[in-house]
Design a protein around this ligand. Structure first.
Ligand code: 13P
Length: 250
């Protein structure tokens, strides 16, 4: 069965609610590809505005983080039920910026992924190596570890619906994209890891995105690779260029 492409924006810490409303309105007539699942990953404070603004389109909304407890004394955190009630469908988890700046571990990411499934949310789990790790030749070892810890306790049926985003840290926000061959090599390696952990059916079903300076100019080549099922897009998701990526096959 062919996997549906999934193109997601990760707005990161950009866009006030008023700016978010404007951006969604700008993208609305342009983002229109029935072959692709489109997701806007937006700051928590923008979620309500964006969910409202995308009504009547096929765009879904993602949160950029979530806590793994149900509720209670966790000042500043956001519970899964809050996201569900607000209309969120996906949650970006374990982005390298969260791991690097906020000390998130793969164990934290695992707890969050399990919570997502309990609440019917789809996790987009990010993984990726630093430049140093790539140069040391441990890219795949590192990513296999991130995937194996992140998916501890996740069932095959759950894993089939999940999304993994391969984002080499050295390619994020740097303008340096992994070549399509480099990206394919790792995405294929992730699929093999899932096949070892589960089975080939699960590996064939799970969707694996590439992220890291993906833009209109390079998306076609990346998305043509057999194991790259979509993109997680930072900078270019804040501009009309995002629509060109969504419409990559037009
Ligand atoms: P850029 O597209 O800005 O490189 O960001 C990629 C990213 O981190 C998406 O999560």
């Amino acid at each position: 069965m062919a996997r549906r492409k999934i193109i997601a924006g990760n707005w990161k810490m950009n866009m006030t609610p008023s700016e978010a409303k404007e951006l969604v309105a700008t993208l609305k007539p342009l983002v229109n590809n029935p072959d692709v699942d489109v997701v806007y990953g937006v700051p928590a404070v923008d979620i309500t505005t964006v969910v409202e603004a995308v009504k009547g389109t096929n765009v879904q909304v993602a949160a950029e983080n979530m806590y793994f407890e149900e509720k209670g004394a966790y000042t500043g955190e956001i519970a899964p039920a809050m996201l569900v009630d607000a209309g969120v469908k996906y949650v970006i988890l374990g982005h390298s910026e969260r791991r690097g700046y906020f000390g998130e571990t793969s164990e934290d990411v695992n707890k969050k992924i399990l919570k997502c499934f309990e609440h019917g949310l789809t996790p987009i789990m990010c993984c990726g190596e630093s430049l140093e790790q790539r140069e040391q030749g441990i890219t795949m070892d590192w990513i296999r570890m991130q995937v194996k810890i992140g998916f501890q306790g996740v069932t095959a049926d759950q894993a089939k619906t999940a999304v993994i985003a391969y984002e080499p840290i050295w390619a994020i926000g740097t303008g340096k994209t992994a070549t399509a061959d480099q990206a394919e090599e790792v995405c294929k390696g992730i699929r093999e890891c899932i096949a070892e952990m589960y089975d080939t059916d699960t590996a064939e079903a799970i969707r694996i995105q590439y992220g890291g300076s993906m833009k209109a100019a390079n998306c076609k080549e990346l998305l043509a690779k057999p194991d790259i099922d979509g993109g997680l897009i930072g900078g270019a998701s804040l501009k009309p260029e995002f629509a060109e990526i969504v419409n990559y096959n037009k």
